[in-house]
Design a protein around this ligand. Sequence first.
Ligand code: SF4
Length: 481
Amino acid sequence: MSQIALDPKTAPIFPMAAHTAMGDTQLRKNVKHATEVIQTKRARVVGEMPDWQALREAGKQIRKHTMEHLDHYLLEFEANCTKAGGTVHWAQDAEEARRIVIDLARAAGAKEVIKIKSMTTEEISLNSAMDAAGIHPVETDLAELIIQLGEDRPSHIVVPALHKNRQQIREIFKAKMNLPDLGDRPQDLADAARMFLREKFLRVKTAVSGANFLIAETGGVCVVESEGNGRMCLTLPETLITIAGIDKILPRFKDLEVMLQVLPRSATGERMNPYNSVWTGTDPAGLDGPRNFHVILLDNGRSEMLGDGEARQTLHCIRCAACQNACPVYRQTGGHAYGSVYAGPIGAILTPQLQRMEHAQSLPYASSLCGACYEVCPVKINIPEVLIHLRDKVVKRRTSGFTGLFDPEAAAMRAMAMIFGSERRFRAAQRMGRMAEGPLVGKDGWIGWLPGLLGGWTQVRDLKEMPKETFREWWEKRGRA
Ligand code: SF4
């Protein structure tokens, strides 16, 4: 069974997808309820930290420093991970990363792998590629399992099945786990998942994980989680394949002191994650960790982001999803409308850049620029600033004709520039405007009818009443008199 990939190349533009999502009242109810619960918990645990703003600033400075010296820290991580027995692979793009994972899993003789929740593997559509290669991935995070069994798509970075309620989850488990009498209490659902997964943990010998952080100083990898499934995947299998974006680096072990305070509070409203696992290298005896350990460092557009001084801060993200929960747009539409595994404000700035600004160009507009995302971001990413910067890039691409598509707005702006660039043309346009009075524009400026797309535009717009003559015409007449 494979998950449906969210592909920004083929996804409908955000306004269309949002319109569809807004018609689903159950989805809106589920998203509203879940985001409100997480926001309330977050506000409580953040409120009890007198140094919260100082922690945010420390988080920002750590991430900023890391990105400014990313080349150095990546090489340091590679050297230390290798020294500890791990093998580091470099993947330029999603295709290369998928190929490396599949080759490694085949080399380990795997027909099935157990997986820890990972947005990076979602980003590269790993599950469907593995299925196609005859290696079945089993998601072990509860929410990811719901998504996988329901053949659905994640809609939230931290809580991928946030758009589903308990009854919907029960129906999925009943059907896919063959449990006709399953109850709908949280305990019933958790027990069903536990029974389903335990056999996999004990049998499957290869695991695939993401990483919250890669520690350059030690070559260690850190995963934080709430269910213990991650710990099982990290310790039981003989082969562990970790895939992480190059932006996941932290310079020093002690940087975790800041990150492990701001991340759980922002993500799930917890003071700390129940499971914080840091592992370094291999255990040749296989008693305490994998015998074979591979880390794949994925670029997939990140180096280009690094080269853009204004948008680079996107790479500071630690994927806590606090901006999603706070965003008034996300809370109405849910995640699927963004057409990408990264939804909400972070998706609106990250996805177009991962697509090298060639796709998902409507996403920088999926925001009211209210600034709620910036206020909650634990590493102080100024998302509204990046959104405006990306809007500028989108407009420049369009007006330069770089996209190769006809853009009516850009054409209209070019026509306006031509008119305003010449007095003669401007006067002619004024005369024509007066001639339009009647069939198109009423005497009071009311626009009655315009053809095609322009008709939609005029539904909510009118003009000022057209003057009988311009000031210049009046002045010239006066001079003649
Ligand atoms: S942009 Fe900030 S708030 Fe949003 S997911 Fe990333 S770290 Fe969290």
